[in-house]
Design a protein around this ligand. Sequence first.
Ligand code: ZN
Length: 127
Amino acid sequence: MTPPRDPTTKDWVKTAMYVVIALIVIMGSALVLTSFSWPVGMLVWLAVFVAGSLYLLVRWHARATAYRCAVCGYEFTISTLLDLTSPHVPDKKFLKCPQCGKRSWAMILMRDAHSHYPSSSRCLHSR
Ligand SMILES: [Zn+2]
C-alpha cells in the first residue's frame, strides 16, 4: 500500500478536470432533457444527471484522498457521505480525527485509489 502523499499541481488539475466534466454533463443533459418533455425530462435530469454526476465526483474524491489531522498528525480516509457533507476549503476539510477525537482542519492528501479499490478503477481508466 502506497502511503498518502501531499497533493501536486497535477492532482489539482485532475480534480478541476473532473469538476468541469461533471458540469459539462449536467449542463449538456439539461439542454437536451428539460426541453424534451416537461416536466418529466426535468425530473429525470435532476435525479440521474445532477445527483449522478455529483455522486460519482464525490465518490471519486473520497477514494482518491486522505486527510492528515492538524492536531496529532494521524492520517485517515473518509466516506463518500462525509466528503459531501463536511465543511471544506480547497486543500483542507473540517473533520473529527479517529485517532485523537479532536475536530480540526485536516490537510488533504492524495492516495492512489485504484491500487486498493479495484472496483473504482473502471471509471478512472475509461477513455
Ligand atoms: Zn488527531
